[in-house]
Design a protein around this ligand. Structure first.
Ligand code: NCD
Length: 333
């Protein structure tokens, strides 16, 4: 497997990922996808290593797939859920992380509702001079790098299953639709899709997609010309799109009434079979889950394997998370 050029110790964001790093993750995930199709689905790659899943926020697929990925690599796994931990007795996040460090944890997979928590823990581990890696499993509205990578893998391996690679997306039109303002998934996907040379079209009502969103996320860098477009209507984003990524309305992050009603939202921005008529004939739809059925996507479309990649995103998640754990963990032994 192509680990020789992998030097990254933590995976906190896709903002600074290089094209070579995307390709290493895609190739490594493809190898693990093959392993997962065998009768014996386990490899000894991380035997003796400890992977701790520190989830300070609820999760179904991300937490379970990191756990399964670690187990398939023969690592020992520790699972933590904030609601049943000593945090209810007042222990701080950093002290919780140090507790797992003292037990010999090699990789911490961290999800938190506040942006920047995985970065802060990674900095603290570096300051302590310990070889513990941190994987960001979603921090507030900031980033969700493993989701961005599994979405990329799902799309690239649909185009070329034998050799998924970044350049396959060059020139493809990808619409990202929904609650972009509150979405860490959208941010991570924007970085990977822009890096691939795809055209990214964001569509949402203005309350969920501010006018200067692109300038805001690119901060001091120029927004790549001809690659990122903002629409307050759905139709121009869907026109000839190759892939449509829908996003959940993040009601838990909305501090004000940003939408008149869910019904109106579905009428204007919900993805349905009829609206897909504007896209390329073989268009595919993605959603990171969990889904509000009948809101961001119609229930029948969600379950239609001709259009929906939702189940294969979940399947890809295990192989991609195996790849990340392996690439980071194999540098430790
Ligand atoms: C996403 C998340 O938690 O950011 N879900 C996921 O990880 N599969 C998206 C969401 O919660 O809407």
């Amino acid at each position: 497997m192509p680990t020789s050029t992998w030097t990254r110790h933590h995976v906190l964001s896709l903002a600074d990922f290089t094209a070579a790093e995307y390709d290493i993750v895609l190739q490594t995930a493809a190898s693990f996808q093959e392993v997962l199709s065998r009768r014996t689905k386990k490899v000894p790659a991380l035997q003796g290593q400890v992977v701790a899943n520190l989830f300070f926020e609820p999760s179904t697929r991300t937490r379970s797939s990191f756990e399964l990925a670690a187990k398939r690599l023969s690592a020992d796994t520790l699972n933590f859920a904030a609601s049943t931990s000593s945090m209810t007795k007042g222990e701080t996040i950093l002290d919780t992380a140090k507790t797992y460090l003292a037990m010999g944890t090699d990789i911490m997979v961290i999800r938190h509702k506040e942006a920047g928590v995985p970065n802060a823990i990674a900095q603290e581990m570096d300051r302590l001079g310990v070889r513990v890696s941190v994987l960001n499993a979603g921090d507030g509205q900031h980033e969700h790098p493993s989701q961005g990578l599994l979405d990329l893998f799902t799309i690239c391996s649909l185009i070329d299953p034998a050799n998924p690679r970044l350049e396959l997306l060059k020139g493809k039109k990808i619409a990202i639709v929904g609650d972009i303002l509150h979405s860490r998934v959208a941010r991570s996907n924007i970085w990977s899709l822009i890096a691939s040379g795809a055209q990214v079209h964001l569509a949402a009502p203005p309350t969920l997609l501010p006018k200067f969103f692109a300038e805001y996320i690119f901060e001091d860098e120029p927004v790549p010309p001809g690659q990122l477009f903002i629409h307050w209507e759905l139709e121009p984003a869907l026109q000839n799109a190759d892939f449509v990524m829908t996003l959940r309305l993040q009601k838990e992050r909305m501090t004000a009434h940003l939408l008149p009603s869910l019904r109106e939202y579905h009428q204007l921005f919900g993805i349905t079979r009829a609206k897909l008529q504007r896209c390329q004939p073989n268009v595919k739809v993605l959603h990171p889950g969990p889904v509000n059925r009948g809101v961001e996507i119609s229930s029948d479309l969600m379950d239609d394997p001709e259009f929906s990649l939702i189940q294969s995103q979940v399947t890809s998640g295990v192989a991609v998370r195996m790849a990340l754990l392996y690439l980071i963990g194999s540098g430790k032994t």
